[in-house]
Write a protein that binds this ligand. Structure first.
Ligand SMILES: Nc1nc2c(ncn2[C@@H]2O[C@H](COP(=O)(O)OP(=O)(O)OP(=O)(O)O)[C@@H](O)[C@H]2O)c(=O)[nH]1
Length: 773
């Protein structure tokens, strides 16, 4: 194997060893990794596959020795990123900074082996991209994931590129940069475990569409990220004077000795070897971690789906091999060297951060445990159990309602509606009839009253009882469902609440027509004849007396209210005024009709149309009214006075009718035409009985049966885990509970991983100790 490796790689190994000593690398273990990693990056298409297979074995074998810390801490970092955390919980990342077009994207893509970053002149990197590379030695799959978006695995890197472009361009051109980062994870057997942050490139001048402040905004954003413990990857193009490098200027401010800055010189192919090698000698602007020269121009004849590393590295290798100066001691070149360097530096940095992160996580965990105890008494819940409880509670509330809304309640609703109809019919056909006082004295075969009774009975039976009574019950049911939907637990779930209302409505709508038709068919005989037993009649009389007494009571109450608001004296005067005005009015109308009649007969050739006649009469009336009103009373008082007159009259007639209903005349059904109120009441009772019977069977029972089944079918049946969680989190109390519980669980998981790493690190140091002695 050793002899098969190209000369260039051998030289790199040497270079690497030398840089290890100067850069403070991890010695023998780093050298072991160097062999694995360097081999990995020196390949043609066939070798690519071979080496990948080899790496499958070699990299896990190194896990116990090298890079395990980075790998495990990257896992920790990913968990911490998924919970709200403070600065103290930050683990080191490699932050890539550099001027626009310095070659940042090309370097990152060379490390990943795929083109996946958005390109273009239109400043396409507007948000930090937090890139986590996860080495997966046991798998051949290469894919990306955007954990914030939940899009799942994306195997097509051009799709990743497009998604990144869309996310970046979502930041408007006027805003230009945003500090809201995009998280991207790439899983591949060909990438090392690294965390990298790509930032917008520094700019020299803003164009006309960009805000004046853009330059400062980018500087500020980069400053946020290049703080400790992060490692700075300062990217500079070889063909631009280092003195002008914005990246080096920025890094020097926060890391003057270059202890955590790696200089990456791109585009080495664009400068003469002497110039290039001079930059890499690290003398003019020295960095403790030194400079690495790379050529990352992506090959033109690549296939998008294939890993570009091998082609890129072959090209790069040829270039550096062709110039002997790049083989000199102390000069670091090549993407492979860069990858190794990043792995080593990150591992070291992770090791340095380990103990501080343990302390920070411990504090955070203690706080989460304390809060969980205090707020929830350590009670654990799951989204699933919450959904189950909620559904039970909806069904339970519904059952309570179903128990409280049975036949008696439906009967009450329908009867109240029909009794109101009876009252309206009596008022319309009897109580406003001036002959009503003669009713008790009329002969039994008086056609006038017989006809009235038939008419009112027909009006009651033919008024679409099926539809109205069914609709009435549907309305009452829906009103109750709305109440149910607005109370606990549905008040926390607006979508589910409207779903419940929708399917309740749907069940009732589906049953509406059959119920209404059944009721209508069954009340049909009453449209022609209503038979009545002595008992039914007696009940009808009793109920009508109660009904009229209630009506009388509400009339008296309304009258009392008017009297109290206006004052007894004033009301009496206003009533007198209204009655006098009405009398006057009647007289004036009579006189005017007479005048017009006379004028009409005189001018027989000229006919006045009836409409004109009425309008001229009205004109007189209105003028007169207005005049009087203005003189004496406020129109509102007059209005109340008219109401009081109506109530007084109605009250009188009700008393009169009550006396009739209580008299001997109304004792038997034979004298029904003398007691229309009792007769209509008896008919209403028969209609109620029939309607309720069918409404209960066809509508109510069906609704009570179907509703709980629909709750299962429509609310729970095909909920996936994500929907269950979303549902549970709609309830703010449950969301808080679940979030704290999740936070505690994740911190415990992190703590467990960290404890293992601490033990391991102590072991390593313990083993090193005696040897060092
Ligand atoms: N010749 C040569 N060209 C390179 C090299 N690396 C990058 N380029 C080219 O330089 C240009 C800019 O490279 P990018 O990688 O997009 O630079 P960037 O810093 O990410 O640019 P912005 O995202 O716009 O800030 C592209 O046309 C690359 O093809 C290299 O090593 N040699």
């Amino acid at each position: 194997m050793e002899s098969d490796r190209p000369r260039f790689i051998k030289k790199e190994d040497e270079n690497n060893n030398s840089s290890d000593s100067s850069g403070g690398g991890t010695g023998a273990t780093a050298a072991a990794a160097t062999v694995g990693a360097a081999t990995l990056f020196s390949m043609n298409e066939q070798e690519d596959e071979d080496v990948r297979n080899a790496s499958d074995k070699s990299i896990p074998a190194q896990d116990n020795q090298f890079m395990l810390l980075t790998k495990k801490l990257i896992e920790v970092r990913n968990i911490l990123m998924s919970i709200d955390h403070n600065e103290a919980l930050r683990l080191p990342s490699i932050v890539v900074i550099g001027s626009q077009s310095s070659g940042k994207s090309s370097v990152l893509e060379a490390i990943v082996g795929h083109e996946f970053l958005p390109k273009g002149s239109n400043m396409v990197t507007r948000r930090p991209i937090e890139l986590t590379l996860i080495h997966t030695p046991k798998s051949k799959e290469e894919y990306g994931e955007f954990p914030q978006l939940g899009l799942g695995k994306i195997h097509d890197f051009s799709h990743i590129q497009q998604t990144l472009r869309d996310l970046n361009l979502a930041v408007s051109e006027s805003e230009c940069v945003s500090n809201k980062s995009i998280e991207l994870r790439i899983y591949s057997p060909n990438v090392p475990d690294l965390t990298l942050i790509d930032l917008p490139g520094y700019i020299q001048v803003t164009n006309k569409n960009q805000p004046e402040t853009l330059k400062d905004k980018i500087v500020e954003l980069c400053e946020q990220y290049i703080r400790e413990p992060n490692i700075i990857l300062a990217v500079c193009a070889a063909d631009v004077d280092l003195a002008n490098s914005e990246a080096l200027k920025a890094s020097r401010k926060v890391d003057p000795l270059g202890l955590r800055t790696i200089g990456v010189i791109t585009k080495m192919d664009l400068v003469e070897p002497e110039i290039g090698s001079a930059i890499l000698r690290n003398t003019d602007y020295p960095l403790h971690l030194g400079y690495i020269g790379v050529v990352c121009k992506p090959p033109t004849n690549r296939n998008n789906q294939k890993n570009i590393t091998s082609a890129l590295m072959r090209h790069e290798e040829q270039f550096f091999r062709s110039n002997y100066v790049y083989s000199q001691r102390g000069i670091q070149v090549g993407t492979g060297t860069l990858r190794r360097k990043l792995m080593e530096v990150l591992e070291e940095s992770m090791a340095k951060s380990l103990f501080s992160i343990v302390g920070a996580v411990q504090l955070e965990l203690e706080e989460a445990r304390y809060q969980f105890k205090v707020q929830y008494n350590d009670r654990r819940i799951t989204a699933e159990s919450y959904v189950a409880e909620t559904i039970d509670s909806i069904k339970h509330n519904f059952k309570d309602f179903a128990h409280s809304f049975g036949k008696p309640q439906v009967r009450h609703e329908v009867r109240t509606m029909l009794e109101q109809r009876v009252l309206d019919l009596c008022a319309e056909l009897y109580w406003t009839d001036s002959k009503i006082v003669d009713l008790t004295k009329a002969s039994a075969d008086d056609l006038y009253w017989q006809y009235k009774l038939d008419m009112s009975s027909a009006a009651l039976t033919k008024s679409g009882i099926g539809r109205t009574s069914t609709q009435l019950v549907v309305d009452v049911l829906m009103a109750n469902m709305e109440k149910l939907a607005s109370m606990e637990p549905l008040n926390n779930h607006p979508d589910t609440s409207s779903k419940v209302l929708n399917f309740s409505n749907e069940i009732l709508r589906n049953k509406f027509h059959t119920t209404a038709d059944q009721v209508e068919n069954c009340v049909k005989p009453y449209k022609y004849e209503v038979e009545c037993s002595e008992q039914e009649w007696a009940d009808g009389v009793k109920r009508s007396i109660i009904l009229l007494e209630k009506e009388l009571e509400s009339c008296d109450k309304a009258l009392r209210h008017i009297r109290n608001t206006i004052g007894k004296k004033k009301l009496r005067a206003a009533i007198k005024y209204v009655l006098d005005a009405e009398k006057e009015e009647a007289k004036r109308v009579q006189a005017r009709i007479k005048d017009i009649g006379e004028a009409n007969s005189e001018a027989s050739t000229h006919t006045i149309p009836l409409a004109a006649l009425i309008s001229s009469v009205n004109d007189v009336t209105e003028e007169g009214d207005v005049e009087h009103t203005r003189l004496h009373f406020n129109p509102k008082v007059l209005e109340r006075a008219r109401e009081a007159i109506f109530l007084r009259d109605r009250s009188m007639i009700l008393k009169y009718r009550l006396a009739a209903l209580k008299s001997r005349q109304c004792k038997s059904p034979e004298s029904k035409q003398y007691c229309p109120e009792a007769f209509l009441n008896m008919v209403a009772e028969k209609l109620t009985y029939t309607a309720v019977m069918f409404i209960q069977v066809e509508l109510l029972n069906e609704f009570f049966f179907q509703f709980p089944r629909e709750v299962d079918n429509r609310l729970v049946y095909d909920l996936d885990r994500k929907q269950i969680l979303t549902f549970a989190k709609e309830n703010p109390h449950i969301r808080k509970h679940l979030e704290l519980q999740e936070r505690k669980r994740k911190l415990e998981e992190v703590m467990e991983k960290l404890n293992y790493l601490v033990r391991r690190q102590r072991d390593i140091e313990g083993r090193k100790g005696p040897a060092n002695l």
